[in-house]
Ligand binder design. Structure first.
Ligand code: G3H
Length: 533
């Protein structure tokens, strides 16, 4: 493998040791944890005194069960059975708090990006983009909430009744984001949950925890006490007691189906719990024989290897028509060769170290298994390893006995399988436990039309001549089977974190009079015709 440039970062991209890692936020107070801490080392190695060493970025709290329960108590108190200041606050008040927070968040942009970049080896440009996308997402959520407020500010009349229909909070939410988008995907649930009036407990992911810490103060300054609580630690110590209390109404979790199921099962009153889950995926790319090869290669390469393939939306298995498979693979490997591997803070870098050594071992096991069962590595340096770096391996031909056929590799391994008839891929998808997205590359409208119709009943988004992705964030993002529960997007998330609630009365002069008096006297937050422009 080309030697990696384990170099020093420019000062702007070089974080100093983060001293605030042992803090956490409960009941509006930022507290310092005096108990066990764990050390967060960067996956980036640096050469110091002739030796390669991982930099210690900070130390984070391994909170105990008592603190987790305090966070729960604070959130339950903030909800106060729906009577709390936050669930009864006007939309204007919730928006005001969120705007205040976002102004403060903007000031922390560089600090967050530095930590993201070093903590999970996300390329610098992508780290900045993650912070900006998160801020944009929150501003767009504010606008969507204003729309929702406008739409629900009137009365409806039907079959002798008149009613006002609005969306109300569910109660206390537990939000948990993943390591690959530790900021963005935590916020994609946290912001809409808060804005719909649900107090939130956030349990930060083990990898990608530090980058959320610079925001503790902004949260504490912007929201009423207990409305947002941020904790860290082992899931079994801090999450289990919260779920087992039965006092969580909403679970927003982005991670594996296995963990999501465990959490669901531990809730003593499962019918009380609403879940919004973003889970695993094994998105396929289908390259038909008439596909534009240059474009398909470019899209498949980005789809498979952006952030080293560590995206739930990544293309994790490529089906290429047998007649063009060799040419496709040759071009794919050439383009892969041209990608720059290196440290996340280097300009123009596309392939970076994985967040921990265990991920390198996992990738190597996938490759060994496929090779044993007949696949070959088709690209130069494929599968080479250097500390936390794993050079992408293009495997061909992949078939159903191999682990990469069904398992979600979530990393830089690109399995490619030949097909003769597109129905083979449709059958694969029908048997797959996943159902998030697929990419379809081709030109013939008759073939494409038929395939689109078959795919839309297997996955939630079909990408025509482009890679799979979540954005734009206004598009619905969901999944079938083990891939998701509920739909996220700027507008969908507001619905997912609230429940339609109706105040209805029979048409009568007396009821009109009472209702007018409530509305005109502004005696109710719910029954009101006020709205924000
Ligand atoms: O890891 C899953 C993310 O939601 C993927 O988002 O398609 O914007 O990279 P993305």
């Amino acid at each position: 493998m080309k030697e990696l440039n384990w170099v020093k970062a420019t000062p702007q991209r070089d974080p100093v040791f983060y001293r605030e890692g042992s803090k956490y936020l409960v009941g509006g107070e930022i507290r310092e944890w005096k108990g066990d801490l764990f050390e967060i080392f960067s996956p980036v190695f640096e050469k110091r005194e002739g030796n390669f060493q991982q930099r210690l970025l900070g130390r984070c709290s391994l909170l105990n069960c008592d603190v987790a329960k305090e966070a729960l108590t604070a959130a339950v108190k903030a909800y106060d059975n729906g009577h709390g200041e936050w669930p009864t606050a006007t939309v204007a008040k919730r928006i005001h708090c969120t705007e205040k927070f976002l102004e403060k968040m903007k000031e922390k942009r560089m600090d967050i990006a530095q930590l993201l970049c070093w903590e999970i080896a996300k390329p610098w440009a992508d780290s900045l983009a993650e912070v900006d996308r998160t801020i944009d997402y929150a501003w767009a959520t504010i606008e969507a909430l204003k729309d929702l407020d406008r739409q629900s500010s009137g009365f409806v009349r039907s079959s002798g009744f008149f009613a006002q229909i609005r969306r109300s909070p569910y109660g206390v939410a537990l939000c948990m984001g993943p390591y690959n988008y530790p900021l963005n995907e935590t916020f994609a649930t946290l912001i809409p949950a808060l804005m719909m009036g649900n107090p939130v407990i956030v349990k930060l992911p083990r990898l990608g925890m530090l980058c959320n810490m610079p925001l503790l103060e902004a949260f504490a300054d912007s929201f009423p006490p207990g409305v947002i609580n941020i904790i860290s630690g082992e899931g079994s110590t801090v999450v289990t007691p919260i779920i087992e209390s039965g006092q969580i109404d909403l679970l927003a979790f982005i991670g594996s189906a296995k963990v999501a199921n465990l959490l669901n099962q531990r809730h003593p009153r499962p019918n009380r719990l609403r879940s919004v889950l973003g889970l695993g995926a094994k998105n396929v790319g289908i390259v038909l024989k008439d596909a534009d090869l240059e474009m398909s290669v470019k899209e498949c390469l980005q789809g498979a290897l952006t952030f080293n393939g560590q995206r739930c939306t990544a293309l994790k298995l490529l089906f290429v028509h047998r007649s063009i498979a060799d040419e496709f693979i040759e071009k794919f490997c050439e383009s892969l060769d041209a990608l720059k591997g290196g440290m996340p803070f280097e300009d123009g870098v596309a392939l970076t170290p994985l967040p921990e050594k265990a991920a390198v071992e996992k990738m190597s096991q996938y490759v060994d298994d496929a090779i044993q069962k007949g696949a070959k590595i088709r690209n130069k340096y494929g599968g080479d390893m250097d500390r936390t770096y794993f050079h992408p391996a293009v495997l061909y031909p992949v078939q159903e006995t191999m682990r990469v056929w069904t398992e979600e590799q979530f990393g830089p391994v690109v399995p490619i399988s030949p097909f003769d008839d597109p129905n083979e891929v449709i059958e694969y998808l029908a048997r797959s436990p996943f159902g998030q997205q697929a990419s379809l590359f081709g030109k013939d409208s008759l073939t494409l039309g038929k395939l689109i119709d078959a795919l839309v009943n297997q996955v939630c988004r079909v990408n025509l001549n482009t890679q799979c992705r979540r954005g734009p964030d206004t598009f619905p993002f969901g999944g079938r089977k083990d891939s998701a529960e509920g739909t996220l997007s700027v507008t969908d998330a507001l619905r997912s974190f609230s429940i339609r609630t109706v105040v209805a009365a029979k048409n009568s002069e007396e009821n009109f009079k009472i209702t007018r008096s409530i509305v005109n006297g502004r005696t109710s937050q719910f029954l009101s015709t006020d709205y924000l422009f």
